[in-house]
Design a protein around this ligand. Sequence first.
Ligand code: AMP
Length: 212
Amino acid sequence: MIIVLLGPPGAGKGTQADKLAARLGIPKIATGDVLRAALRDGTPRGREAKAFMDRGDLVPDSVILAILQDVMSSPATEKGAILDGAVRTVPQAQGVGIMLAEVGRRIDKVLLFDIGDRKLISRLSGRTVCGQCQTPYKDREPGSKCEKCGGSLMRRQDDEPDAVRNRLDVYRAQTEPVVEYYKGIEMEPVKIDADADVDEVTARALKALEPE
Ligand code: AMP
């Protein structure tokens, strides 16, 4: 099963992608995590992406499509994948569609996590993440220890207020049209109200994934 998760930054896509991946037994593919790992490792891809990421801008489609080509052709995604924040522009949506069609696969479901701007801003401004495994925490100070891996918690540079505002503008301008694109190819995203506690949102997402 190939599932695309759409929604603004701070909607909880990453947390839900982890939960859905565990429940469905398929991996989560988060391009943001892949890029942050490339940045930490100092690879050319990471160096190319850094300035875009720090500002909260999108990295070029060619970089994202190359990452998706790598992961979707790996045995790890044979049974499917949860694509978390991996499709953020119409050219990316088209590119992923073509890439999958070439190997006789297709997207099964698109979920759209929906939540108001005020909630997003307050979530992102209170968030710290583990520098190693990327687990997000609310209301924990930078420097605290990650419960999962013992790594040190930090604030993401793109969770600073200016970058957050830019990320929301970028979402409206470049990612919202992806919703219309999927509607146009009869793959209408299923809207999930994401303003609820984590388990409730997971239950809503799982319900949306049940066969019709
Ligand atoms: P995220 O962790 O999903 O919030 O992603 C962090 C940053 O990585 C984004 O603000 C973008 O700069 C970059 N990024 C991640 N995924 C994509 C994508 N599909 N297209 C373009 N840029 C992306």
